[in-house]
Write a protein that binds this ligand. Sequence first.
Ligand SMILES: [Fe+2]
Ligand SMILES: [Fe+2]
Length: 449
Amino acid sequence: MRVLIAEDNDSSRDMLVALMVKWGYQVVSTTDGKMALDALRKPRGPKLAVLDWTMPGMDGIEVCRRIRKTDTVDPPYIIILSARDRKEDIVTGLDAGANDYITRPFDSDELRARMEAGRRAVEFQAALVKGARRQAKQAAVSQKEQGSVSEQSVGKLGKEDVPAPSSETATRIFEQIVVVFKRGEIDLPSHPHISTRFNELVNNGANLHEIGYLLRQDVAISSKLIAVSNSAYYRGVTENRTLEHAVGRLGFTTTKQYVDAICNRGLYMTKNSRFSKYMEQLWEHSLACAYASQAVEKALRLQLPDDVFTLGLMHDIGKLLLLQAVGELQKRNKLAKDVDKADVFNTIEAHHGRFGAALLKKWSFSDTFVQVAIHHDHLENAGSVSKEVLIVNLANLVVKSIGYSPGGASEIDLEGSESARVLKMEPKGIAEVKDHTEQMMEEMKGHLS
Ligand SMILES: [Fe+2]
Ligand SMILES: [Fe+2]
């Protein structure tokens, strides 16, 4: 990766360049702010920069301010380097739009680690932009092939698409659900507006400030994002107080994941007291599966085009939809209020894949999401399964084995599972996935509740 070094002091610049080269970066070096600004504004300019605060002509802070005003989809990650170490100086640097701030004299290990964090943020951002463009292209093609989105309806699902339920009552519940869907009597949940807008903005090349403007419209989202960015896992040198800093620290990809998670959280709130505990557990299960999916991808050193965090988050969305349908039926007195919970859960377990897939199609999610929703529980039903399906299948088993599941912890032979075998997942990798999921759930649950 290319990195820009802007530093007017010769010996200091030479030392920085030598360190960067040693760490594997290709260096573009400049001696003043104006040259740095020009280099960063070039269409294929460096996406990672270390700017000295004090430089002749234009200082590093001004370079930062001007860069942040530039309308671009992939703004550079900027680290300000300065001897000024008062809290107000650091705040000034971050307020100008720097992603990070390092005071001199610095420790080279610390600089290397901060550069590494910057490199990851830049790579995440590039992957997000690439993925979003691909998704937009795919959505356009699939809309053309399948007609308008409004024609795809959950109500079109028929009994022939799904296996038979296990008991007579479960069959009746299922038939009633199908009838109300077919008649369009169920208010389908809509995909959270902010989550949709966030993706649209990124697809259209929005910058950090436009994204900040959107997210700030929802106080709950903004404050939760700031809290997440200050959590032990993401914490930086100073406490983030603004949304832009939070997004800057998390990067676009992680921000998008948390926006999805925060928006989805609301869908799992129910006034139906009989099922509220199940819904809470389902939410925890979904969030844990998101973290576990991400950890499986990491353990296998894969970088898939679709975001596996959100794939994990949405895999059981059909359960939510079916439970809402049960609630509606009860409200209309079409289903006994004291219907056996076991029958309801059996129905949901048997049919959530297809219903989830139909809902995700309606929300214009890519085919990968649809496939994950259909096949995540039953690999044997999938002709040839994608890596994404295998990852979510394994993540789903892992989180069930550690107890993030409405059914509580289950004994599962993870190493012997089909997905672990096909993915060639070693026991060590599985243990890492468990640890990461438990750690993230411990740290984040509170911020996302
Ligand atoms: Fe499932
Ligand atoms: Fe699941």
